[in-house]
Design a binder for this molecule. Structure first.
Ligand SMILES: C[S@@+](CC[C@H](N)C(=O)[O-])C[C@H]1O[C@@H](n2cnc3c(N)ncnc32)[C@H](O)[C@@H]1O
Length: 610
C-alpha cells in the first residue's frame, strides 16, 4: 500500500542505483522502480575499527558509493540524477565484520565461523537527493540501516566444502547467498529476508514515503515519463574520472544530512510535518493501546480462538463493543492483529510475544511498563530538571537501597519486577551465554542473577561449568517458580546476599548482566572494586549491557533506556569507552566486545596481575 504511491511519485525522476549487484537490481525492479544502474568505483577500504558499530561502517560505505556516482554523473554532463541509491551489505558475528571472501580458504574460514551460530546481516542504505543550481551540485543525504538475524544449522565440513566448491560464496557478504544454494545452510531468519539478499525493500519504501509523500504537492508527478528505461547500465562514465575532480569538487558538492536543524530544505517549510514526527507525537497512544490490549488479554483470547469479530471479543473481555472495535483496529494498524472479513487474529509477531503463556512472552514486561514505567515517565520533566530520580516517591530514599525501597516495596510489585526481568532475560540469555567461548571456565557467579535465566543458559551451553546466582535474599525467596526441572539444571545454585556488603562467592568468571546500568559511577566503582578483590588474576568478568556508541547518537533503544534509568533509578547506560575506563580502574582489561543482535551487548574483561 505504501509502496505504490511512492514508486509512482518517482516515475518522473531520474533514479540511479550505485551498485552492480544483480540481486539489488532484481529486488528494485520487481518493486516497479524505474532506475539506471551506475556501479560505483568507490574502493571499499574504510577502516572498520574506526566505526562505533558495524552498521555505521555499512552506512558510510553505502554513502561513499552513492556520492561517487552522483559526483561522476554531475561532472560528466552537469546533469546529476535526481536520486542516487547506495547500499552495502555486511555480515557480522560477535562484532567481527565479514565481507566478501577473497578466496576459497577465506570462504571456509567465514563459513566455519558462522556454522551453528546466529549472526547479523546489516545493510546500510543511502539515498542522495541531488539538485543542480548554477552548475553546482547540491545533495541531501538520507541514511538508514536494517538488521536481520540469521542462524546457520550445524553443518559438516564436507557440506561446507561442497558449498564452497559450488563457487557461490565468492561474491557474497559472509560467503553465502541465502536466495540460492546457501538457503540450505540456514536454520532460521528473523527479520527482513530481502535484507539478507542485499536490499531491505520494506524499510527503503518507508524511507521513500517519508521523503516524498510528506512533501507539498509541487512534487506531484505529471504524466508518466517514458524516457527512462526500467533498468539500464551506464558504464561509459570513465572519461569523467580525473577530469575536473579534486579541489573544485569540494566547493561544488555540498552533502547535507537530512534531519539536522539547519538542513531542512526551504521547500519543506510551511508543509506538513514529516511522518516520523507525527508518529512520534502519537507514540504514547500506540504504547498505551498495546498495553491495554495485553492487559485485557486480547492476544490470549485470539491465541486460543481466531478469527473472532469485534462483538464476540468485546463480550469475552467484558468491554463495550464500540471501544473494543476501536482498540482492535488500532492493534491491526500497528501490525499486532490481522483484520479480515471473518474477524481479527493475532499476527505472527503478536502470537510469538504477546499472549501471557508463550515461551517468549513479553506480557510481564508490558504489564510492568504499563503499571510502573508509564507512571515514572509522567515525571520525566522533574527528573530532567533535577538530574536524578529524586522526585515523586523517592524522597527520603537513598541510592543504597534502591531495589529494596523501590522495586521490592511490596510482594506484588516485587513479583511483577521479577516476571518482567525473567521475560526479558529469556530473550537474550542464549546470545549472552554464547557471545564468547567460555568453555575454559569451571565456576561462574552471576551477580544480581535474579531468577537464574542466564545461569541456566550458561550451564546448558558449557557442560563443565557450575554457576552460582547471587542476589538479594528477598529475591531468592521467590525464584523457585521460575526454575526449570531440577534434572535439567543440576549445576545451578543460588546464594543470597548483598553484593555491596557480603562476601562474594568464589568463581573464575563473574557476570554482571544488566547491573552496572542501575548504578551511578561511585556505586559501580564500589561494586567493581569488590569483584576485583575476589577475582584472581586470569579470571574474567563478563558484562552484559546495552552499549551506547561513543557519541551517544546511534543506539535509540539504549538512549531511551538511559532516560528510563534517569526516572527510575540513579543509573545510566554507558559507551564501550566508559565501561573500559570503569573496568580498567579495577584491574580489568577488555579482551572482547560483541553485539549479540539482542538488546544487550557483551563485554569480556580479564583480571590482570595487580
Ligand atoms: C535489572 S535486574 C537484572 C537481572 C538479571 N541480571 C538480568 O540480566 O536479567 C538487577 C538485579 O540486581 C539485583 N540486585 C540489586 N541490588 C543488589 C544487591 N545489592 N546485591 C545483590 N543483588 C542485587 C536485583 O535484585 C535484580 O535481580
Amino acid at each position: 500500500m505504501v509502496l505504490y504511491p511512492v514508486i509512482r511519485r518517482l516515475r518522473n525522476k531520474r533514479v540511479v542505483l550505485a551498485s552492480a549487484s544483480p540481486r539489488r537490481q532484481e529486488i528494485l525492479s520487481t518493486a516497479g522502480l524505474r532506475f539506471e544502474v551506475v556501479p560505483s568505483r568507490f574502493k571499499e577500504k574504510l577502516n572498520k575499527a574506526s566505526f562505533p558499530t558495524p552498521y555505521a561502517y555499512a552506512i558510510e560505505t553505502a554513502k561513499q558509493k552513492a556520492l561517487d556516482v552522483a559526483r561522476r554523473m554531475h561532472q560528466k554532463d552537469l546533469r546529476a540524477p535526481d536520486i542516487v541509491i547506495g547500499a552495502d551489505t555486511i555480515v557480522t558475528l560477535q562484532g567481527l565484520i565479514l565481507e566478501k571472501p577473497v578466496d576459497k580458504q577465506d570462504a571456509y574460514s567465514m563459513l566455519s565461523r558462522l556454522n551453528g551460530k546466529e549472526h547479523s546481516v546489516f545493510t546500510g542504505v543511502t539515498i542522495i537527493q541531488c539538485s543542480c543550481r548554477d552548475s553546482r551540485l547540491d545533495m541531501e543525504i538520507s541514511e538508514f540501516h536494517e538488521e536481520t538475524l540469521v542462524k546457520f544449522s550445524q553443518l559438516s565440513e564436507e557440506l561446507l566444502w561442497d558449498y564452497i566448491h559450488s563457487g557461490e560464496p565468492m561474491d557474497k557478504a559472509g560467503g553465502y547467498g541465502i536466495q540460492a544454494l546457501g538457503g540450505m545452510l540456514v536454520e532460521y531468519v528473523h527479520g527482513d529476508f530481502l535484507n539478507v539478499v542485499g536490499f531491505p525493500l520494506n524499510h527503503f519504501c518507508k524511507k521513500l514515503a517519508e521523503l516524498y509523500l510528506t512533501r507539498p504537492n509541487e512534487d506531484l508527478p505529471p504524466a508518466e515519463h517514458d524516457s527512462i528505461p526500467a533498468v539500464d547500465t551506464f558504464e561509459n562514465l570513465s572519461d569523467a574520472e580525473g577530469r575536473g575532480q579534486g579541489g573544485a569538487q569540494g566547493q561544488a558538492d555540498r552533502p547535507r544530512a537530512l534531519g539536522r536543524k539547519n538542513s531542512v530544505p526551504s521547500r519543506m517549510v510551511d508543509s506538513l510535518p514529516p511522518t516520523p514526527l507525527l508518529e512520534l507525537l502519537d507514540g504514547f497512544k500506540a504504547s498505551k493501546a498495546l498495553f491495554t490490549a495485553c492487559k485485557m488479554k486480547v492476544f490470549d483470547l485470539l491465541q486460543d480462538e481466531a478469527p473472532l469479530g469485534a462483538a464476540e471479543i468485546a463480550q469475552r473481555i467484558e468491554a463495550s463493543e464500540g471501544g473494543t472495535g476501536r482498540l482492535l483496529d488500532v492493534c491491526a494498524a500497528l501490525g499486532l492483529l490481522e483484520k479480515t472479513d471473518r474477524g481479527y487474529s493475532n499476527t505472527e509477531l503478536a502470537s510469538l510475544y504477546l499472549p501471557s503463556g508463550g515461551k517468549y512472552s513479553l506480557h510481564p514486561l508490558i504489564v510492568y511498563q504499563d503499571e510502573h514505567t508509564w507512571d515514572f515517565f509522567t515525571d520525566l520533566e522533574s527528573a530532567v530538571r533535577e538530574g536524578t530520580s529524586r522526585h515523586r516517591g523517592a524522597q527520603g530514599r537513598t541510592v543504597d537501597s534502591l531495589f529494596q525501597d523501590r522495586f521490592y516495596q511490596s510482594q506484588d510489585r516485587k513479583l511483577q519486577f521479577l516476571r518482567a526481568m525473567h521475560s526479558l532475560s529469556k530473550l537474550t540469555a542464549r546470545q549472552v551465554a554464547t557471545a564468547f567461548d567460555l568453555s575454559r571456565f569451571t565456576s561462574a557467579c552471576d551477580l544480581g542473577g535474579c531468577t537464574g535465566t542466564l545461569a541456566h543458559e550458561l550451564a546448558r551451553a558449557y557442560p563443565g561449568l557450575k554457576v552460582t546466582v547471587f542476589d538479594l535474599p528477598e529475591v531468592l525467596e521467590d525464584v523457585s517458580g521460575f526454575q526449570p526441572d531440577r534434572a535439567r539444571a543440576p549445576r545451578v545454585s543460588f546464594v543470597p546476599g548483598d553484593f555491596f556488603q557480603d562476601s562474594l562467592p568464589e568463581a573464575d568468571l563473574y557476570i554482571l548482566s544488566r547491573i552496572l546500568r542501575d548504578w551511578p559511577d561511585d556505586k559501580a566503582h564500589a561494586l567493581l572494586s569488590r569483584i576485583s578483590g575476589s577475582c584472581k588474576p586470569g579470571g574474567c568478568l563478563l558484562v552484559a549491557e546495552t552499549v551506547l556508541d561513543e557519541q551517544k547518537r546511534a543506539a535509540r533503544p539504549g538512549l531511551l533506556q538511559s532516560l528510563d534509568l534517569l526516572v527510575q533509578s540513579w543509573g545510566r547506560e554507558r559507551s564501550l569507552g566508559e565501561y573500559g575506563r570503569l573496568l580498567q580502574a579495577h584491574g580489568f582489561e577488555i579482551v572482547g566486545a560483541a553485539r549479540t543482535g539482542t538488546i544487550v551487548d557483551v563485554i569480556l574483561a580479564t583480571r590482570t596481575t595487580p
